[in-house]
Design a protein around this ligand. Structure first.
Ligand code: ZN
Length: 139
């Protein structure tokens, strides 16, 4: 079994930026020469998340609206009281969604559905540069 680790950099525009990184990740997986196995995608940082979504304008609007219903911005966060950085909701949203995703790789391809894109979700209140780590395991 081989293990290949790579990092890509993604720049976000700030809160609720949802960035389709499917093609870039797929290219890195193909370049690893691992035909069959699994790949884990992981974003470093406690105010960003990775998930899958159908990347179309309706859902790109619906998803942040869902987040504001479940984790509202304008309530008290102990984090903000302690650190005064105004992003308590960002941390809670990122923890809820999670920083990583595992996808099976078969014949060198990610086993995604046609309408299933991999996205980086920026939860922080300002633009950030994010490192997304890929660890591909297989043969
Ligand atoms: Zn913070």
């Amino acid at each position: 079994m081989k293990v290949v680790s790579k990092t890509i950099q993604v720049s976000s525009k700030g809160e609720n930026d949802i960035i389709d990184i499917t093609q870039e990740l797929s290219n890195v997986v193909k370049g690893s020469n691992i035909e069959n196995g699994t790949v884990t995608f992981f974003v470093s940082g406690s105010t960003a998340a990775i998930t899958t979504i159908e990347y179309e304008p309706g859902l790109i609007a619906d998803f942040p609206e869902m987040l504001s219903r479940i984790v509202p911005k304008n309530i008290e966060y102990k984090h903000d009281n302690a650190w005064h950085d105004g992003n308590g909701h960002s941390h809670v949203r990122a923890s809820l969604l999670g920083p990583s995703l595992t996808v099976p790789v078969i014949h060198g391809n990610l086993t995604l559905g046609t309408w299933q894109q991999i996205v980086l979700l920026e939860m922080d209140t300002r633009p950030r540069n994010r490192n997304v780590i890929l660890q591909i395991m297989g043969e």
